[in-house]
Design a protein around this ligand. Structure first.
Ligand code: 5RP
Length: 219
């Protein structure tokens, strides 16, 4: 295992330790979450109720003996844990490298506490393109022209069968970009996550796991 994978695993294990029996837990998607699932299963918490953000996470979680249910059956989540592609100094994230950012944003917002787990190389001074977009198939060419500086990511589909594209233009002002992308008809969701969605960011590197507070007030 290389250093980055070791760091992903360290962040994932630190997050798994935050979970208590009886909690309703949102599970993200990606290679960092792939380390979370066995760490969570190893805790042998018999009353956990999990919600998965992708079919890949759902089948991996079930294979490890975790109970996975629909979000609407579970209701509010106590904690959700997920990776990210980029984390900036003010706590903005870019997510969606794994094409699941719409479900991930719904799960993050349905959760009282949203914990982001990253290896240290995901921390950037300023967010950079690409920003993933989930786009409705109907009129997708028109939608991407309206977004500008965007291209489809091949045949890749979201877990809900929509297209995945990448916005490639400037990202210096994530508040206004986020507003513009959300207001573009046909964009189902974009991969910019505001600090207000995030409770904690666990960043694992050479010197262990550092915790940064996010902007979400956990009640
Ligand atoms: C999936 C995501 C992932 O959390 C993000 O792409 C990070 O992935 P990884 O843990 O594999 O580096 O947003 O849609």
């Amino acid at each position: 295992m290389n250093d980055i994978e070791r760091h992903k695993r360290a962040a994932a294990e630190a997050a798994a330790a935050l979970v208590e029996d009886g909690m309703r837990v949102g599970l993200g998607t990606g290679s960092t979450v792939a380390h979370l699932l066995p760490a969570l299963a190893a805790r042998a918490l018999s009353e956990l109720r999990c919600v998965a953000t992708s079919p890949a996470t759902e089948s991996a979680a079930r294979a490890l003996g975790l109970t996975v249910e629909e979000l609407d059956a579970v209701g509010e989540l106590d904690i959700a844990i997920d990776g990210a592609d980029q984390v900036d100094p003010s706590g903005w994230l870019v997510k969606g490298g794994g094409a699941a950012h719409t479900r991930e944003k719904i799960v993050a917002s349905a959760s009282r506490r949203f914990v982001v787990i990253v290896s240290a190389e995901k921390v950037v001074q300023a967010l950079n393109p690409p920003v993933p977009l989930e786009v409705l198939r109907f009129g997708a060419r028109h939608t991407l022209a309206a977004v500008g500086e965007a291209r489809l990511r091949g045949e890749l589909e979201s877990p809900d069968g929509n297209l995945i594209a990448d916005y490639l233009g400037p990202v210096e002002d994530p508040i206004s970009l986020s507003g513009r992308l959300s207001a573009t008809p046909g964009v189902v969701e974009h991969g910019l996550f505001a600090p207000e969605l995030v409770s904690d960011i666990l960043i694992a590197g050479e010197h262990g796991v550092e915790r940064r507070a996010g902007g979400k007030r956990t009640v």
